[in-house]
Design a binder for this molecule. Structure first.
Ligand code: ZN
Ligand code: ZN
Ligand code: ZN
Ligand code: ZN
Length: 335
């Protein structure tokens, strides 16, 4: 057995344990590539300054998509929101870029001045656009100015990689992230709704802040992340285990889980609802929403000579019974 860092022994029935090593964090940076063309500056230049290729019709403003392009800042390509600015020659730019260009129009290099483009702001107001996650399944259409607000909370927005301990910037939908965890982070995958894990740490006197482990469980057609880690809670070194649901908050609420750790006639039991991976690992940890084991107790459970920490954590995930009468059947205690 490897004695540096965490090792993990695991099985679903507790009889035949297979060793799973702790893998070190990988720093992969996969990202969905943006489908938005970043050529707005080129387009604008061509349309306005290049008369050679000016075929009749190509500069005419076609409805919908081209209006959308007009609202893209030619400098940073972000969508523009009021106040939208323009130079004396009519080149537009967003308010963020305006503060950065030292009063020179980035397109024609003339002095920029302080002219607002009210007409474009009005056009924007009249636009209705699909949510930017429409290609991921969001069917919603919004007035231009409320689109941004929706996109921050859109249910179809991609999830962040749930792997803790590395600044992984990968985003995607759940199936994509499951294969990313397996292939890039070498996370252990288990099928079934019960688990029996043995966490082994060679030097329990050292509790580095960033010691953690992740195992993914697949049951009920869903994926769950079991986190186990050691950190300093105030002055006290603790171990903590908790489950996160790979999906949205509302769906997470239809599941429950329990965790148990113990030995020598004592045990700690935690029962809770998994948090969505929309909540960051850090946030769940900081809210102590999980099984927390003080180090002294952990060493007691561990037994032996206390030179090595061996914690057996068992657990179960279950689906809550959907009870449509729950709100109706409240007993009236006064009658
Ligand atoms: Zn800009
Ligand atoms: Zn200009
Ligand atoms: Zn949406
Ligand atoms: Zn990742």
């Amino acid at each position: 057995m490897e004695l540096d860092g965490f090792g993990c022994l695991s099985s679903s029935d507790g009889l035949d344990e297979d060793e799973i090593r702790h893998h070190h964090p990988h720093h992969h940076h996969h990202q969905f590539s943006s489908s938005k063309p970043h050529n707005a500056t080129a387009n604008n230049n061509n349309n306005n300054n290049n008369s050679v290729n000016n075929v009749v019709g190509s500069t005419a403003i076609a409805p919908a998509t081209n209006v959308h392009e007009l609202l893209e800042c030619p400098v940073c390509t972000n969508s523009m929101y009021p106040p939208i600015h323009q130079c004396h020659n009519g080149h537009t730019l967003c308010s963020t870029c305006k503060t950065r260009v030292h009063n020179r129009c980035p397109t024609c290099r003339q002095e920029l001045g302080d002219i607002r483009c009210l007409a474009l702001e009005k056009v924007a107001e009249s636009l209705e656009l699909p949510c930017k996650y429409c290609s991921l399944g969001c069917p919603e259409i919004f007035p231009y100015y409320s689109k941004l607000k929706h996109e921050v909370v859109c249910n179809f927005r991609p999830y962040n990689c749930p792997y803790a301990g590395s600044e992984c910037s990968t985003v995607g939908d759940i199936p994509f992230l499951v294969s990313h965890l397996r292939d890039d982070h070498k996370v252990d995958m288990h099928t079934g709704c019960t688990f029996n894990h043995r966490y082994v740490k060679s030097n329990p006197r050292e509790v580095e802040n960033a010691t953690w482990m992740l195992t993914v469980f697949h049951c009920f057609g869903q994926y769950f992340c079991l986190h186990f880690e050691a950190f300093q809670l105030g002055m006290a070194p603790v171990y903590m285990a908790f489950l996160r649901f790979m999906g949205d908050e509302t769906e997470a609420r239809s599941y429950s889980y329990s965790l148990e750790v113990g030995a020598n006639g004592r045990k700690l039991i935690w029962e809770g609802s998994p948090r969505s991976i929309r909540d960051s690992h850090q946030k769940v940890r900081d809210s102590h929403d999980g099984l927390i084991i003080q180090r002294n107790m952990a060493l007691f459970f561990s037994g032996g000579d206390k030179k090595e920490l061996k914690l057996r954590v068992t657990g179960r995930i279950w689906k809550e019974q959907q009870n449509p009468e729950a709100s109706v059947g409240m007993p009236n205690l006064c009658s």
